[in-house]
Write a protein that binds this ligand. Sequence first.
Ligand SMILES: [Cu+2]
Length: 65
Amino acid sequence: MLELQIKGMTCGHCVRAVTRAVQGLDPAAKVDIDLASGRARIETAQPADRVAAAIREEGYAVGVA
Ligand SMILES: [Cu+2]
């Protein structure tokens, strides 16, 4: 389970874009994002740095929550 802090999400479209980016890396990933706080809980076997990189490629800033 990864917990990431994502900055720059403003709407449901952003949530879907982040979810797709993570699932592009790991189709089996479970992604739970709270838009208001920017907190993402992600169940995946992928390392945090790869997941963060995929999200950054979508244009969002990522930190470890
Ligand atoms: Cu949006």
